[in-house]
Write a protein that binds this ligand. Structure first.
Ligand SMILES: C[S@@+](CC[C@H](N)C(=O)[O-])C[C@H]1O[C@@H](n2cnc3c(N)ncnc32)[C@H](O)[C@@H]1O
Length: 286
């Protein structure tokens, strides 16, 4: 991919998620194409008049989060608007966080995973949410303030070039974001740099089960919808190895196919045939 088109893709992604942030989350109105990972089709009304509904017509972000593996307790522990329903799994559960740990969340959106992580690491720990979309960072900061959470901070920046010190994090988590990056090797290299020796990755993301057709990869709506930029499972493993990670585990969730089928614009209804949500774990050698 030429660098000009990479910049164009990044701009389209930023614009899409800026719209979501300004709308207060992805909501489902009369437009069934609106979805978590289809932010270009946001609406401000839900079928039920709820704010921050997501993904399936008539299904709220809270209901979707339950399907993604979040407990009821987690879902009701954050304020309205913090959970924009933009994830594709539950990396917080995967991370097995301990009190005192430092966590970096790549592409933190409205801050939902950061707030859950902050509770787990406690006052002796710290969570840094990173996002390249100014409106998302603004929204997450507002949510943190409303929730009185002092061990979470949100930084504006790109996950390919993290404004975070070397060897400073115990865990890097991410939820449905790395597929959106046009330079995934830089993302994993940066994660490796920022992790302490022995630090771990806990990622939920959309991966391709086969090489995506060129027209899907070049379709900006499909890229922003978390489909067009998905790397294959094999390439993801190679990139993680190249960045220096060991103990790499990639576990696709076949049950996510139905969810993905519902996410996307009509023209991508076959997307579920070639992408899947997966959990990715890896360790920086001690
Ligand atoms: C699908 S949303 C996921 C948000 C959040 N992780 C969640 O689960 O709700 C993707 C987020 O990643 C951000 N993002 C996409 N590409 C990025 C990049 N290259 N660097 C930093 N943030 C990025 C977007 O601005 C958006 O907030």
């Amino acid at each position: 991919m030429k660098s000009k088109s990479k910049e164009k893709i990044k701009q389209a992604v930023r614009e899409s998620y800026g719209k979501v942030a300004r709308a207060g989350g992805v909501t489902i109105g009369t437009n069934p194409a609106a979805s978590c990972c289809n932010p270009s089709e946001t609406s401000t009304e839900t079928a039920r008049g709820e704010s921050c509904g997501c993904v399936l017509p008539g299904v709220s972000a809270k209901q979707m989060s339950a399907l993604m593996g979040y407990s009821r307790e987690d879902i009701i522990s954050v304020i309205e608007g913090a959970n924009t329903g933009l994830g594709c799994g539950n990396p917080v559960a995967l991370a097995s966080l301990q009190p005192g740990e430092t966590v970096v969340d790549l592409g933190s959106g409205g801050g939902f995973d950061c707030f859950l992580a902050a509770k787990k690491v406690g006052q002796t720990g710290k969570v840094i949410g990173m996002d390249m979309t100014p409106d998302m960072v603004g929204k997450a900061r507002e949510n943190a303030e409303k929730m009185g959470m002092s061990n979470v901070e949100f930084r504006l920046g790109e996950i390919e070039n993290l404004p975070v010190a070397d060897n400073s994090a115990d865990i890097i988590m991410s939820n449905c974001v790395i597929n959106l990056s046009t330079d995934k090797l830089s993302v994993y290299r940066e994660a490796f740099r920022v992790l302490k020796p022995g630090g771990r990755l806990a990622i939920s993301d959309i991966l391709a089960t086969t090489t995506l057709p060129e027209e899907v990869q070049q379709d900006l709506a499909l890229v922003a919808a978390c489909v067009g930029g998905a790397a294959t499972i094999e390439d993801t493993e190679k990139l993680l190895k190249e960045a220096g990670f060991q103990d790499i585990q990639i576990k696709p969730n076949d049950e996510s196919r139905e969810l993905i089928r519902q996410w996307n614009p009509a023209k991508s209804e076959n997307a579920a045939d070639y992408v899947v949500s997966a959990y990715i774990e890896a360790v920086k050698p001690s």
